[in-house]
Write a protein that binds this ligand. Structure first.
Ligand SMILES: Nc1ncnc2c1ncn2[C@@H]1O[C@H](COP(=O)(O)OP(=O)(O)OP(=O)(O)O)[C@@H](O)[C@H]1O
Ligand SMILES: [Mg+2]
Length: 335
């Protein structure tokens, strides 16, 4: 049984213009101990998935249909009181705005202590020992436990948030842009920390980021989202030998991971509206290879290589597409 199994999940936000389906028919699973990277341009629904898993969608958001099962247990529609029992202990979130996620009026230790005391039956001394251990685990000096958040740098606050998430050794950690806004060196240190924690605890992780390099360095599996849907999912080959033109475009925009000395080519255009999404393939307006079929038929997510799935009608042309998408002129022709 998968640790987490998401099936045909649809999530809508009510907006003035109508329902925006930020997640529109998504299925994927995370196995025990697996590190899954979730990438895609801003606004494609990544954080919405994380919030839905842990049950903290804002009031305008709702799960319309589909299921989120944790160890076989349905989480969608579970009452808050039940979800609270799962949060921290089984599934923890390092939120996207983690830098501001600490309360300025309490010391770091006090905040961590409250989280432990609320969820675990541990004596004060044992809690203190656990907190000190977590501080060391994330590379913070336990001597700084009684500091207030403002005495910490951004990177230190981020580490403290990671320590908070690890308080009860959750089996699944949802890390939503855990290093955004930090300088590259601190980013590396934090990601290395998460990898070490993963080695030690064998927890599973959903790493959400725009940073393709982070994903290719850290994740055994990769999911690529676009406009509320998964376009491609699989192992490292998702970046090394993509089948979806959108993934090819993303890889091009990060020459680091392509490491073929190619120039950086951004995908022209912007993602479509989620209130009134286009028919067929949602990427077609920006895709250099789109045909009328792409407007008429929604390409299903099909297996293109062992455990590698892509949602494109023309996966049989992927090899040629990979070549062509390396030329900037190809992308100019799309619009
Ligand atoms: N509270 C909200 N009310 C209405 N729409 C929302 C709300 N939160 C998110 N959305 C919309 O849902 C879509 C997905 O948002 P989400 O935050 O999940 O994207 P994301 O992939 O995490 O983006 P980013 O990379 O910028 O964090 C966006 O189009 C956004 O405008
Ligand atoms: Mg987000």
């Amino acid at each position: 049984m998968a640790l987490l199994e998401i099936e045909d999940l649809r999530i809508a936000y009510s907006t003035k213009g109508g329902d925006a389906f930020a997640v529109d028919g998504i299925s994927f699973a995370i196995q025990e101990g697996e590190y899954l990277g979730l990438v895609g341009e801003s606004g494609c629904g990544k954080s919405t998935i994380a919030k839905a898993i842990i049950g903290i969608l804002p009031p305008q958001g709702r799960i319309v249909s589909g299921s989120i099962r944790y160890r076989g247990r349905e989480l969608a529609g579970l009452p808050i009181s039940e979800l609270r029992r799962i949060r921290w202990r089984d599934i923890a979130l390092i939120p996207q705005s983690a830098m501001n996620g600490l309360d300025p009026v309490y010391t770091i230790e006090k905040q961590m202590d409250e989280a432990i005391a609320a969820h675990a039956d541990m004596k004060a001394q044992a809690r203190h020992a656990r907190i000190a251990e977590l501080f060391e685990m994330v590379g913070l000096n336990p001597a700084r436990l009684n500091d207030y958040p403002h005495q910490f740098s951004g990177g230190m606050r981020q580490r403290a948030m990671i320590a908070m998430a690890m308080v009860l050794s959750p089996q699944l950690v949802l890390a939503d842009e855990p290093t955004t806004g930090l300088d590259v060196i601190v980013q590396d240190q934090i990601l290395e920390r998460l990898a070490v924690i993963h080695e030690q605890t064998r927890n599973a992780m959903l790493l959400i980021t725009h940073d393709m390099a982070l994903v290719s360095e850290n994740c055994g599996r990769i999911a690529v989202m676009y406009a509320g849907r998964i376009m491609e999912i699989g192992g490292p080959d998702v970046f090394a030998a993509p089948f979806h033109p959108y993934t090819m475009g993303l890889v091009n925009a990060f020459p680091d991971i392509a490491s073929r000395g190619s120039e950086l080519i951004a995908i022209p255009g912007t993602p479509p509206s989620l209130v009134d999404p286009p028919s067929g393939c949602r990427f077609r307006a920006r895709c250099p290879f789109a045909t009328t079929r792409c407007a008429e038929e929604t390409p299903p997510l099909l297996e293109v290589a062992p455990s590698h799935f892509a949602a494109c009608h023309y996966v049989d042309k992927a090899q040629a597409f990979r070549q062509e998408t390396r030329a900037p002129a190809t992308w100019r022709s799309a619009l």
